[in-house]
Design a protein around this ligand. Structure first.
Ligand SMILES: Nc1ncnc2c1ncn2[C@@H]1O[C@H](COP(=O)(O)OP(=O)(O)OP(=O)(O)O)[C@@H](O)[C@H]1O
Length: 214
């Protein structure tokens, strides 16, 4: 059973308070949504949870390990944060192979399966530079799931996707939840959040508030 605890987390960037006393708890088999205006701090919070950014105050725990102390980064995590940077001259498959060589947890089979799941052909030799935005976004999702992580942190995973793709990705996320994954997503699309998330939180002026779903 995985649990993430965010305890009294604050973040200041150059005297600006981005996050103020954030307290949250996340667990397996659930999808959590973060909403808020542009610049409200959603990405900063996700980066703190992942261990890519250090909170100014407070602690983040992954099970019995403190992020930034016992472990550098959240363990067993797949993520999309910012636009995924791919090597434009290589195919999608080669890009994922390159990224998989870092952790050595995903081989050719796992990469192909992740690509097929998001509707990309692993045999397609087209270079990523010639991919549409939607194809790149799908590749980003394939990269996040190829190592079969227990935790998924996805910053606007539906960006640039058309209606059909959004529907497909929604179903994939729901399947992953059924498999026991802990998923945190941000979205500007209310419908995605309503449809997908078990719990929704809004960040406003650094403060987080649980939104009761209608
Ligand atoms: N590395 C950084 N250096 C300076 N300021 C930053 C940095 N990262 C974020 N900020 C500032 O923190 C605030 C929150 O940014 P963040 O990216 O978390 O917003 P967001 O809610 O994800 O917005 P969006 O919906 O546009 O993605 C913004 O004012 C941003 O300018």
């Amino acid at each position: 059973m995985n649990k993430i605890k965010v305890l009294h987390v604050g973040k200041r960037i150059r005297e600006q308070i981005i996050l103020n006393d954030i307290n949250l708890e996340f667990q397996d088999s659930k999808i959590y949504g973060l909403i808020g205006r542009n610049g409200s701090g959603k990405t900063v919070l996700l980066k703190c949870i992942a261990g890519f950014m250090k909170p100014s105050e407070g602690e983040i725990w992954f099970n019995d390990k403190k992020i930034g102390k016992d472990v550098k980064f959240l363990e067993n995590m797949g993520f999309i944060l910012n636009t995924p940077g791919f090597l434009l001259e290589l195919s999608g498959f080669k890009n994922l192979q390159y990224l998989a060589s870092i952790n050595r947890r995903a081989g050719k089979k796992e990469i192909s399966e992740a690509m097929e799941l998001v509707g990309l052909d692993p045999k397609n030799k087209k270079s990523v530079g010639k991919y549409s935005l939607g194809m790149r976004q799908r590749l980003g999702i394939a990269q996040a799931i190829m190592e079969d992580p227990e935790i998924l942190i996805l910053d606007e995973p539906m960006n640039s996707l058309d209606e059909q793709a959004v529907e497909e990705i929604r179903n994939i996320l729901l399947q992953l939840k059924e498999k026991g994954k802990l998923i945190i997503i941000t979205s500007h699309n209310k419908e995605d959040i309503e449809f997908l998330c078990d719990e929704v939180y809004q960040i406003r002026q650094g403060i987080i508030k649980k939104i009761e779903k209608i």
